[in-house]
Design a protein around this ligand. Sequence first.
Ligand code: SF4
Length: 342
Amino acid sequence: MFDIENFQQQVISWQQSHGRNQLPWQQSTGELADAAYRVLVSELMLQQTQVATVIPYFQRWLEAFPDINTLASADEDEVMRLWQGLGYYARARNLHKAAKYLAELPEFPASLAELLQVPGVGRYTAGAIMSFAFDQYGPIVDGNVRRLYCRYFAIAGVPHSTALEKQLWQKAHQLTPTSQSRRFSQGLLDLGATVCKARQPLCEQCPLAADCQALLQNRVSDFPNAKAKKAVPSKAGSFLWISQGDAILLQKRPSPGIWGALWCLPQVADDSPLLAGAKLHGEFSHQFTHYKLNAQIWQISAEQYDVNLRQAAPEIWAKPTELAMLGLPAPLKIYLAAKLQP
Ligand code: SF4
């Protein structure tokens, strides 16, 4: 019969001796609100992003916004600029919204139910804050935990389907201990990231190997079931290059939306009359999760930029020296750096 306590103990002991305990978001001042803020920031940054990539962003973020109140009162442009390059910008907007909400509360929420009321906080982040900040019962299922549970229990199912997610969250609720939750949850994440890896898991080093169903059945590579591969569609995008002296025109992107609240070259419909007679200035492409953007940049003069055809969005003339202060989409930043070289 499956022994829950034994499973918990194996994960906890392994974390103690082999896990990651020096990550910057694991070091706090000792204040609960500080610990919770660090976990909130790091967990949003870590969604879809590797730990090594997140660390310098996290450190810069904490320098600029050391606590909830500083972030809550920060200018949106500054928030987007510091997130620039991490991608999935909705996370930055959500974090900003969460800070504004939290700054109005007398203290940081400390229950799963209350945390789920915070804008942008889903059940994973709520569980992570409970575990990592408060060391209280906080079940979590992310990509690492999903893979580990699917293998350990030989759970089959369509990836990210409601049925599979329900099963995995049930496991998480049953298996998470009420004491040492911090070490247990961190142990699951560390095992998933460093031992039960997506490719070539190190089963010979795994503390759970003796009871791992996928390993016992010699079917480790069958779990988690593979996603059906879909062809990623491509979309064209037309952008305008309008300069005046050494300044170029940038427009703030609508939010929510792709690159929402970031500064970008004005985008127009591919059949816009503004493109009649425009000269091709350059091209770049960028891979989003659901499609690939093939951007074409068209040069027109400031006089050709017909006021009647403009979108109602904030615009600025930015000089090359000012670009570093603005939140720009990463591929545009690269494009501008190449084109504006002295
Ligand atoms: S034994 Fe292998 S497959 Fe099973 S949980 Fe450990 S690393 Fe993953």
